[in-house]
Design a protein around this ligand. Sequence first.
Ligand code: HEC
Length: 121
Amino acid sequence: MLLIRKMSRRSKANSYLLYVLMLVGCLSFSSGLLAQIDERQMMLLANNCLQCHASAETGAPLIGNAEKWRSISAKGEDKILENVVHGIGGMPPLGYCSACSEDDFRVLIRFIAGLPDQKGH
Ligand code: HEC
């Protein structure tokens, strides 16, 4: 009980992190996607992407919305990467993640979109 009360007083950023950790818990049972995302990238995701991609009011395609991501992924990963780097519609250039490398973006995009990694998992 005390723990729950403590958590609810935490900052918004921390609740995103909590969300990610819960998500990780669920996904790790259901897919092999997690093998490719490391802890640092998980933090980049939590600090930069989830404020929109886990929040319906922003109009961003939500993480876990398979139908939405299916039509986006039809563009191909390179095109999607380009859109993330330059921005598209309400998506800001780099998704605010100035610390993300190209590799980070590829991993984050695959993770958010639920795409298979290169080994085809
Ligand atoms: C300020 C809100 C915001 C942030 C922060 C943000 N996104 Fe987005 N993102 C959006 C919106 C809105 C769209 C839909 C854009 C459209 O198609 O009009 C989008 C679309 C995308 C797409 C689909 C691009 C395409 O080709 O259709 C990807 C992939 C994506 N975001 C990844 C990320 C990643 C990775 C991060 C973090 C590094 C991130 N976003 C951060 C709002 C955001």
